[in-house]
Design a protein. Sequence first.
Length: 361
Amino acid sequence: MVKVLIIDDSLVARNALSRMLSADPQIEVVGTAEDAFDAREKIKALNPDVLTLDVAMPKMDGITFLKNVMRLRPMPVVMVSAFTADGAAETLDALEIGAVDYVTKLMGSDNPEERDRYNEEVVRKVKSAARANVASLGKQSTPLTPRVVQEQPAPPVNPVAGPADVFQRARLKNRLIAIGASTGGTEAIRAVIEQLPAGLPPIVISQHIPESFSAPFAKRLNQHSAVTVKQAEDGDLILPGHAYLAPGDDHLLIVREGGQLRCRLSKSAPVNRHRPSVDVMFSSVAKAVGANAVGVILTGMGADGARGLKEMLESGAKTVAQDEKSSVVWGMPGEAVKLGAAQYIDSLGKVPGRIMSLLEN
């Protein structure tokens, strides 16, 4: 049984979350709190397994309260955010501090199917949060600073060759790096991208993220990375030294047109309940790039990406999965390992070095 404390200044929101979570037989809502001070006392008294935490609250905002929680009593927290640009930025801050996941507030939808999907998402994320690796929370990446030198990288295959030689050869081979992630992935992706130098082969990224969050996430990555990061647009020419993030409600496919690689966006049905789907992207990379690709699957709930990574491996690509100890949730990389899709299993801190070494082959 997962014990949940709901923290939100809105009585309507508290009641709605309480109803949808209590409907699941494996979840017990042990209490609700209207502000951070109320929550502090109820955490002590009720000892919940998971908190749901509103971002915008009076007296003490959710971000400040989260910092206190992660400093004094680290525990799984699912943020509840407004579906706005400001809400996206604050939620990304929360994930950096150590929140496991987030849901956006459903603003009074009259569509029963949409409400059912939303309820299912909230329940699924709360259950997943209860199983999260709390020891890794807030430790996936450095604070937002310019890129720093990677510590303890995986050893290069040819230590004599310098970075310029590596990337010149990589460009000649038309290489591509594909990265997929879900729960815990915004910080895991940032931890990887920040450690990669400019001028390397292009990167494509699919992260399970709402539509309003993907552009702010791409902007944040771009501000603190040596590579140029942008939200992918349909028809984008894929260039070295650039990273392309799938928009929050589009599948990202990589296609070869006239000898060049381009991004193609698709509104086709969700795969593994997700759009963008990592499986969709990895599968397209296997077809378009084959043995010239490096596939990386990072922390995430579920199995999306595991089969696509297997397709990449079978096409001759090099494949990497994040290890269990450093993952917030070892769902997606764990499934990839079970399928035999990952040639290398590395801690998050060693993934950038592994990518660099694989580009030499």
